[in-house]
Design a binder for this molecule. Structure first.
Ligand code: PBG
Ligand code: ZN
Length: 323
């Protein structure tokens, strides 16, 4: 008499039949960090099992990813030299351009996304050129540079461009730059609703991209804001973004759902470094069952409305999903 809801949960096959949300290896994009040199594979203390890798190691890693059924990566570059504009990102022999050419030559079947921003390339660690009076990023000068950087990525073989700098008008500027250089077929996945989050801490160790002064709150969003997050994503849709994104993911599941309900575009979420490291380190300490908490977290992103999950867990999740 009281089994009206529970009777559908007793049989395990029926439980699977009634599973509302599916997670698959096709949902993942795996981040990789490219560094100058050869035979470099350096783990960073704040992100266990995540490495800075030289290009040869990245090529090796792609073979491992493909064995697991993972065919999408997002690349970040760690240049040898940094300056005030981020010149390494604006030439065809910078770390990103070199990595792209090598990866696409060895792995034409990999789908290679590039993170498009300047914080890894500037000596001040901000996401564009600094306006000395405002002491923050100059929006419009940075737009020109972003368009140029996007064309360099496309020329070097990028399959999709993912601008992460939260500049106003960045999608329009990048789209125009790509189109006029003949890259109409390269999609843009915008980091459209990106918050100024302390969860990026471990990433900044790996990518060597901490700002040398101030913070990113004059361009990334206030974690308190929900309406503004929708506005930001819809603005990028209007400017021509092909895929939208919410970042971070775990503390922003409500925003993932809000944006999903406000757009017909596909939606990605970025399961960021701090979210990864919290689980990883708690798992190592024996505090949680890492595999189970990881899978529960990843399905939550899908349930909230994400179509794509950018995650450092991709390899470990793929092993479990392939079982
Ligand atoms: C670059 C960028 C950042 C991340 C992705 N692209 C760092 C930042 O905005 O400071 C964070 C990813 C992570 O924490 O895993 N703008
Ligand atoms: Zn940046």
């Amino acid at each position: 008499m009281f089994a009206r809801l529970r009777r559908k949960r007793i049989n395990p096959v029926l439980r699977d039949l009634l599973k509302e949300t599916q997670l698959s290896v096709n949902d993942f994009i795996y981040p990789l960090f490219a560094k100058e040199g050869t035979q470099i594979k350096e783990e960073v203390a704040s992100m266990p099992d995540v490495y800075q890798m030289s290009i040869d190691e990245i090529i090796k890693e792609c073979y491992e990813l493909k064995k697991l059924g993972l065919y999408s990566i997002i690349l970040f570059g760690i240049p040898q030299t940094k300056d005030s504009v981020g010149s390494d990102a604006l030439c065809d022999h910078g770390i990103m351009a070199k990595t792209l050419r090598a990866v696409k030559e060895a792995h034409p079947d990999m789908f290679v996304v590039t993170d498009l921003c300047f914080c890894e390339y500037t000596d001040h660690g901000h996401c564009g050129v600094i306006d000395p009076v405002l002491e923050t990023v100059d929006n419009d000068i940075t737009l020109n540079n972003l368009a140029q950087q996007a064309v360099i990525h496309a020329q070097a073989g990028a399959d999709m461009i993912a601008p992460s700098g939260m500049m106003d008008g960045m999608i329009q500027a990048i789209r125009k730059g790509l189109d006029s250089a003949g890259y109409e077929n390269i999609p843009i996945m915008s980091y459209s609703s990106k918050f100024a989050s302390a969860y990026y801490g471990p990433f900044r160790d790996v990518a060597e991209s901490s700002p040398s002064f101030g913070d990113r709150r004059s361009y990334q969003m206030n974690p308190a804001n929900r309406n503004e997050a929708i506005l930001e994503s819809i603005e990028d849709e209007k400017e021509g973004a092909d895929i939208l994104m919410v970042k971070p993911a775990l503390a922003y599941l409500d925003i993932i759902r809000d944006v999903k309900n406000s757009t017909s575009l596909p939606l990605a979420c970025y399961n960021v470094s701090g979210e990864y490291s919290m689980l990883k380190i708690a798992g190592k300490a024996g505090v949680i069952d890492y595999d189970k908490v990881m899978m529960e977290t990843l399905i939550a992103f899908k349930r909230a409305g994400a179509d794509i999950i950018i995650t450092y867990h991709a390899k470990e999740a793929a092993v479990l999903l392939n079982k």
